[in-house]
Design a protein around this ligand. Structure first.
Ligand SMILES: Nc1ncnc2c1ncn2[C@@H]1O[C@H](COP(=O)(O)OP(=O)(O)OP(=O)(O)O)[C@@H](O)[C@H]1O
Length: 118
């Protein structure tokens, strides 16, 4: 099968991100937090390393949210029936997002709290 050119593959990936933003409430919440952190980052003049950490955490959480949406879609494609394995797949994928979000909030607090009080 002929492979799509690079720009088309990029288009598919961007379309995946846009579909996830349309479909999933959680990714909208992550994006709102991301914008707030960026505004606070400029207000509190984050260092280069702190920006690196924030950008990595944004990518970490958003990527896991995209993978969670992909897993939900594949599960729904495989079965519309209630099945314990479908539940495990969906719940563990959602759990991965939760773990990344909790870790990001803790790291965010470690970065911002000293700046707020100084
Ligand atoms: N086919 C299924 N079999 C068993 N349990 C299911 C099935 N589909 C969904 N569930 C249960 O319902 C929950 C919600 O599923 P749903 O497909 O609505 O995801 P969602 O609410 O869109 O998740 P998210 O909030 O992460 O986007 C799942 O986490 C799972 O516990």
């Amino acid at each position: 099968m002929k492979k799509d050119p690079f720009y088309k593959s990029l288009g598919y990936a961007l379309s995946g991100i846009i579909q996830c933003i349309h479909k999933e409430r959680n990714i909208k919440i992550h994006l709102v937090f991301m914008i707030l952190v960026i505004i606070c980052g400029f207000l509190f003049r984050l260092s280069v390393i702190e920006w690196f950490i924030c950008i990595l955490l944004f990518a970490f959480v958003i990527s896991l949210e995209l993978i969670n949406t992909a897993i939900e879609a594949v599960v729904d494609l495989c079965t519309q029936e209630i099945h314990p394995l479908a539940k495990i797949a969906k719940d563990t994928a959602a759990g991965a997002v939760l773990v990344s979000a909790i870790a990001s909030v803790i790291i965010g607090l470690i970065i911002f709290i000293p700046k707020i009080f100084s």
